[in-house]
Write a protein that binds this ligand. Structure first.
Ligand SMILES: [Zn+2]
Length: 440
């Protein structure tokens, strides 16, 4: 076979990126970057693409060809564990990559450091990604083109937003494996579907969708360190004051750390004071940096919608907040809701969750009281229509904390795609929903 004059065979290249300037050059060229160790990325470009980056001062080291010589060989899509689950670093990088690839409709925001990162001993910077459609009227074709060319309109970390907002947070409990994967797929569905999928396009044209795909990245690192036997870590990894008797997470999930979903300020203080317990609430309200980051995100994105002196949130309040957990197939109403708001939220949640899920308060669903949770914080402090979804049955291949990876695609994501769509569509008037014919 004759070689083309210009060789368009793609190769992987390692590129040192000691500062943001190098990353910006690659991003500016519209090329996706994959981390390849500290200060280094891998890109896939042909010879002329590589030369264009060299001309801008980058140093590229040629690696393998993208096309494998053995068609049957399976290429790893990234550092996953337990049959395909993504690590924290991967989930956080993914949010940034989507924002880089589609600057016209997506923006990533640094929302603060994890406990480990705050101590300068590894850990992560937490990210929220915002997705929203272009403001002007446009054809689908123009929308697709604008995804990669325009600057985002909206998506500011400020409560003054022209569109109603839907915020999804996932994997605050590290061992609830499917939740982060579902958040990942939601991000991709909206980003890839804008301009081509009618529902995704409509959601982003009318709503700002915010996603924190992994709320407990340090904890997920512990889980993933088990490989095909993921560790049962539920909490963050703050081990200050942890007794030596529980210095390592055990097979039940007890060990060091603080249960972030018991550490929020609203209704804090009624949960476990045992440092080894899975539900240890922490030494004081919002003691943990991950908790503080999420509380700050709530008040950055939403104004307080409950008027001073009034306990009921008015019907005109906007915004929906979902915290995704597993398991049990529940939709849980925040305990902090007044009787009137509780029934309004019951209607909203029933419309959102899949048919067959149990909707109710803590007592009506999981059967125990919780304190200092995300949904109480968002509803109690700001009047938001917030709730918890517990995804997955109690048993079977797709049940429990650690469903087989294939279950994400086969059942869990298809269910939540419908639920999140309904939640986004309700974000403009969540307290004024009327009972729907179930569609999910
Ligand atoms: Zn949970």
């Amino acid at each position: 076979m004759m070689a083309n004059a210009a060789d368009d065979t793609p190769y992987y290249w390692d590129v040192p990126v000691p500062s943001q300037a190098q990353r910006d050059i690659i991003a500016g060229a519209g090329i996706e970057m994959v981390p390849a160790g500290p200060g280094k990325v891998t890109i896939a470009v042909d010879e002329s693409g590589a030369q264009a980056l060299r001309d801008k001062g980058l140093n590229l080291q040629k690696g393998e060809p993208v096309y494998k010589s053995l068609p049957s060989e399976q290429r790893s899509l990234g550092p996953t564990y337990y049959g395909g689950y993504h690590t924290s670093a991967d989930m956080l990088t993914h949010a940034k990559d989507v924002a880089t690839k589609y600057p016209g409709i997506a923006q990533a925001h640094d929302i603060g450091k994890t406990w480990l990162a705050g101590r300068g001993s590894g850990g992560h910077t937490m990210d929220a990604i915002c997705l929203t459609g272009i403001a002007k009227k446009a054809t689908d074709q123009e929308k697709v083109a604008a995804k990669t060319t325009l600057a985002p309109s909206g998506c500011a970390l400020s409560p003054t937003s022209t569109k109603p907002r839907f915020l999804l947070t996932a994997q605050i409990h590290a061992r609830e494996l499917a939740t982060g994967e579902i958040a990942w797929k939601w991000i991709d569905y909206l980003a890839n579907g804008y301009g081509t999928d009618a529902t995704a396009t409509s959601i982003l044209d009318t709503t700002e969708v915010w996603v924190v795909p992994v709320t407990n990245p340090d904890g997920v690192d512990v889980v993933a360190s088990g490989g095909n036997r993921p560790k049962m870590q539920r909490k963050n990894v703050d081990n200050s004051g942890t007794p030596s008797s529980c210095s390592v997470v055990d097979g039940s999930g007890n060990g060091p750390g603080i249960d972030l979903n018991r550490n929020f300020t609203v209704r804090w203080g009624g949960d476990s004071r045992n440092q080894c317990s899975q539900t240890f609430q922490g030494p004081r309200a919002a003691s943990e940096p991950e908790t503080q980051n999420i509380q700050k995100l709530y008040s950055s994105l939403f104004t307080n919608q409950r008027p001073a002196g009034s306990t009921d949130v008015p019907d005109t309040a906007k915004g929906v907040v979902i915290d995704l957990h597993s398991y049990g197939n529940y939709g849980i109403i925040p305990t902090a809701a007044t009787p009137k708001n509780r029934e309004q939220l019951r209607t909203l949640i029933t419309n959102v969750v899949p048919r067959g899920f149990t909707v109710g308060t803590d007592e009506e669903t999981v059967g125990y009281s919780t304190w200092g949770t995300t949904d109480d914080q968002a509803h109690g402090a700001l009047g938001l229509a917030s709730f918890t979804i517990e995804i997955g049955p109690n048993s079977g291949t797709c049940g429990g904390f650690m469903p087989r990876y294939s279950c994400v695609d086969s059942t869990l994501w298809p269910q939540m795609k419908k639920s999140f769509t309904a939640a986004a569509q309700a974000a403009g008037a969540p307290y004024k929903q009327s009972p729907n014919t179930p569609t999910n």
